[in-house]
Design a protein around this ligand. Structure first.
Ligand code: G1P
Ligand code: ZN
Length: 549
């Protein structure tokens, strides 16, 4: 029987000029997205920039934050009106960001739409976001996000069908007009992928051993169901190992960002009197991770380096890793591993989209960012639970604890003491002036002596992609003191209010007897140098950072 096409309605849009995607998609306050036509305008702009969309399948899901369900229904109606052939939707409208990437790759979908503002708070007064991922499973490259923004500035109408809300809470196949909709379990395919990478038998032996305990904090966010299935059901960890496991639209009123400040319950347990052997947390949409040992915090930069150094212990990487990449502000700890192993190490701008080409071209196996993101060529997003499983697999094989592994690592490669200072929601114009002033000082900096340090390089980081030769300029001001130390200044591309200044500090210590110092004491002189270079207090109007990670 022929399917009657649904009548398509063309709706005039008032026009919006603020839909420029940032580091990771378009992020705004929920109230902005709730304004009439706002979401529809952006979704139409995405569809208009996908010339081959007709008849194709898209993956659709989000982290369950407030407005997720409404947005899913709107996108279903718009997809039907724009000739999309099929939608693959996580039951309840839920899919973690890595699971979207996994599904796009596994099913050969044309792309996917992720509804998330990652680690930003949710709820009616929180943030919402939308991001398009392309056929390799990764975030749209800059040329596409630029095109979407350009389209959003000229668009005056969007297409939608009138259809009742679809039941997204029941698995199965449905239709809206000619478009087929499959509602699938959000966890199954992702968990299956993890089983192909890691030695689940060995990890099960570790986590069920009587002297081993762990705590996984999923922060009332999307990875709750994933972590329960993988750690508790498949690996046999004790029930209750996963805490804050039920995704809530407002993340329980918390900030779903896995760091020592926001993952409070976990941090309290891991630094308390009888800490579990392993602790980890993931963020709103499941792509970030924090790894902890008993009273021991692994910086994300160190985590990437340790994964690279131990990769061959994991079945999925037993054949060796071909290369690594890190975002520019990430510490150079992984560079030392790459150098020793004689494999390439790429330095990319902040944001996961820059790793896509390197992964697709087979140049790297592992990559990561200082902002609690690590992943590999198994998909094209960062992947929080993957990082936890990677660590557990290493622990299972090596039979020693996290702190021992890291201390051994530092003895071999040196320790990069590292900290990031964020000045959140500061005046955007003043933040711009701070960066301008630094930029103006760059030419005079090289060769100059600042305290104990000599500047060997000062620049505004520009990245030339070795695969497609595209260039990305103004990616952050670097002040480099040889291998010894480095300070990086950049403005966030994910904030939704004012500007956020991020200042990144690192200092290398190769002497083993000096590798157990307090990080802020070691970096104190660099903090003072940054203040003298950038007048942070004056420009930010703040005496101290609002967040230190
Ligand atoms: C931040 C992080 C960056 C990460 C992005 C998305 O971007 O710094 O590493 O890729 O969130 O999770 P920023 O706000 O610094 O532009
Ligand atoms: Zn995230």
């Amino acid at each position: 029987m022929a399917i009657e096409p649904l009548p398509i309605r063309t709706v005039e849009s008032p026009g919006f000029d603020d839909q420029r995607p940032g580091t990771s998609g378009l992020r705004k306050r929920v109230t902005v997205f709730q304004a009439p036509h706002y979401l529809e305008h952006f979704v139409q702009s995405i569809f208009d920039c996908l010339p081959d969309l007709n008849g194709k399948t898209l993956v659709l899901g989000g982290d369950g934050r407030f407005f997720n369900r409404e947005a899913i229904q709107t996108i279903i109606r718009m997809a039907a009106a724009n000739g999309v052939g099929g939608l693959l939707i996580g039951c309840g409208g839920l899919l973690s960001t890595p699971a979207v990437s996994c599904l796009i790759r596994k099913t050969g979908a044309h792309g996917g739409i992720v509804l998330s503002a990652s680690h930003n708070p949710g709820g009616p007064d929180g943030d919402f976001g939308i991001k398009y991922n392309v056929g390799n499973g990764g975030p749209a490259p800059e040329r596409l996000t630029d095109a979407i923004f350009a389209r959003s500035r000229e668009l005056s109408a969007y297409r939608i069908v009138d259809s009742p809300d679809l039941d997204i809470d029941r698995q199965g196949v449905d239709r809206v007009g000619a478009m087929e909709i499959r509602i699938i379990d959000p966890v199954t395919d992702y968990a299956a992928l993890m089983e192909t990478i890691f030695d689940f038998d060995r990890i099960r032996d570790l986590v069920t051993a009587p002297d081993f305990s762990m705590m996984i904090d999923t922060m009332h966010a999307i990875t709750g169901p994933y972590a329960r299935e993988i750690f508790e059901n498949r690996l046999g960890a004790a029930p209750g190992t996963v805490i804050n496991a039920i995704p809530k639209p407002d993340f329980g009123g918390q900030h779903p960002d896995p760091n020592l400040t926001h993952a409070r319950a976990l941090a309290a347990a891991m630094f308390g009197p009888s800490p579990p052997s392993f602790g980890a947390a993931s963020d709103g949409d499941g792509d970030r991770n924090m790894i902890l040992g008993p009273r021991f915090f692994v910086t994300p930069s160190d985590s990437l380096a340790a994964l690279a150094a131990n990769a061959e212990l994991v079945p999925g990487y037993a054949a060796g890793i071909v290369g690594v990449a890190r975002s520019m502000p990430t510490s150079r700890a992984v560079d030392a591993v790459a150098q020793r192993r004689k494999i390439p190490c790429y330095e990319t701008p902040t944001g996961w989209k820059f790793f896509g080409n390197l992964l697709d071209d087979g140049r790297i196996s592992l990559c990561g960012e200082e902002s609690f993101g690590t992943s590999s060529d198994h998909l094209r997003e960062k992947d929080g639970l993957w990082a936890m499983l990677f660590w557990l697999n290493i622990l299972a094989v090596r039979g020693i604890g996290i702190a021992e592994i890291m201390r051994e690592h530092w003895r071999e490669f040196g320790r990069c003491y590292y900290a990031r200072h964020d000045y959140e929601s500061i005046d955007a114009a003043a933040a711009g002036r701070l960066i301008e002033r630094l930029r103006a000082r760059i030419p005079a900096l090289a060769g100059s002596q600042l305290g104990d340090f000599t500047v060997t390089l000062a620049d505004d980081f520009c990245y030339a992609d070795p695969v497609d030769n595209s260039r990305s300029e103004h990616q952050g001001i670097r002040v480099v003191f040889g291998d010894d130390a480095r300070i990086v200044f950049r403005l966030s591309g994910t904030g939704t209010a004012g500007a956020t200044l991020r200042v990144y500090y690192e200092r290398l210590e190769v002497r083993p007897q000096n590798q157990d110092e307090d990080v802020h004491r070691v970096l104190a002189q660099l903090y003072a140098i940054a203040e003298s270079l950038a007048a942070i207090r004056e420009h930010s109007g703040r005496d101290q950072p609002s967040l230190i990670t």
